[in-house]
Structures are given as C-alpha cells and as structure tokens.
Design a protein around this ligand. Structure first.
Ligand code: FES
Length: 79
C-alpha cells in the first residue's frame, strides 16, 4: 500500500520506471518493471535497463540485439 512518504519520494525522484523510445532503435525500460511474455510468463531480466526490440528482427526477441541498425525505424511507427 502506498504511503504519503512513498508519494513524496516519487514526487522528488520521479517515476520508478521509465520507457524511452530510442530514435531508430529499441525501447529502453529503466527501473523495476516486470517483463511478461504473451503467455503471461515472466521474462528473465538481469539489468536495471533493458532494451526491447521494436523492429521485429532481433535474434534474441523480445530483447534488442542491434539488428535494427540494418533497418530504419523512427518514432512510434516503422518506415
Ligand atoms: S530494435 Fe534493436 S534489434 Fe530490433
């Protein structure tokens, strides 16, 4: 249960989880977000920051493996 102190901390420090859309690249998830696959199974996570593929070409999906550099993607939609 969230306490007033938790709310004060969140206001001071900002959100615990941020998702950054990288231009022409993955989504960077920073913070303690739980990653879950389409079947509801938690995905392994070993770092505080995780790069999620959004180009659909990664060999280690759902994580980014850098393959996006061979294909141009921008903003929220692919081109
Ligand atoms: S976004 Fe990096 S491999 Fe797809």
């Amino acid at each position: 249960m969230e306490t007033p102190r938790d709310r004060d901390r969140a206001e001071l420090l900002g959100p615990d989880v941020t998702i950054t859309v990288c231009p022409d690249g993955p989504l960077l998830v920073r913070g303690p977000a739980e990653l879950i696959d389409g079947a509801g199974v938690p995905l392994p996570r070993h770092r505080n920051t995780v790069a999620l593929c959004r180009c659909g070409r990664s060999g280690i999906a759902p994580y980014c493996d850098g393959t996006h550099k061979k294909r141009r993607i921008t903003g929220a939609a692919e081109t």
